[in-house]
Ligand binder design. Sequence first.
Ligand code: 3NM
Length: 216
Amino acid sequence: MRKEMEHFINNPIYTITAEAMSNGRNNIEVVGKMLEAGIKFIQYREKEKPALERYQECMQLVKMTKEAGAIFIIDDFVDLAMAVNADGVHIGQTDLPPQVVRQLIGEDKILGLSTHEESQLQKANELGDIIDYIGVGPVYATQTKKDAVPVGFSYVDYASKYAKHPFVAIGGIKEHNICEVASHGAKTFAIVSEIVSADDIVNKIKSIEKTLQNKL
Ligand code: 3NM
């Protein structure tokens, strides 16, 4: 296991940026709040911005996350991740094949792969060390990823039983339902809108962690 995965294993909340849902705040401010709350695993997910803006923003975010001892992963853009020396990349099923991304980013970086059904998880299992973790979702309906069809608990149950990599549950996870997801075996939870749109991001994160602590 790559060393930085300790942060994934030891911290239940994995946060993801979505500037359009951040109530007028920019990603620098939002990630600053995530770090203040002690989040150790952050994904930069901004599909619509111009590449130059993404690059400039990520240069700052890499510095901030490094100083805070947090892991910074970039969604989709392998070139951007390499350009800013991020800690890793997260890819989906229609991106470049994981083997190819691994060759590009080298052995030391973290690579995550989204999966949405059993056959995808089985293929992920066969990838062994090429990837570090998988995403499992969307658990619930979500507005954040428009084309996403909820997979429900049966797929979370399946991942809990058969995934050979650590997995992060994702999709529609909120403070009020996170314990339900945990009861299906998830130990790491990716949360987008519930956190980035919160009035008080630091308090929201702490409150979710407390809710979860009573359960785990
Ligand atoms: N990936 P929210 S669901 C980015 O199933 C993303 O792979 C998903 O956002 C997947 O926490 C999702 O606001 C959106 O529902 C999650």
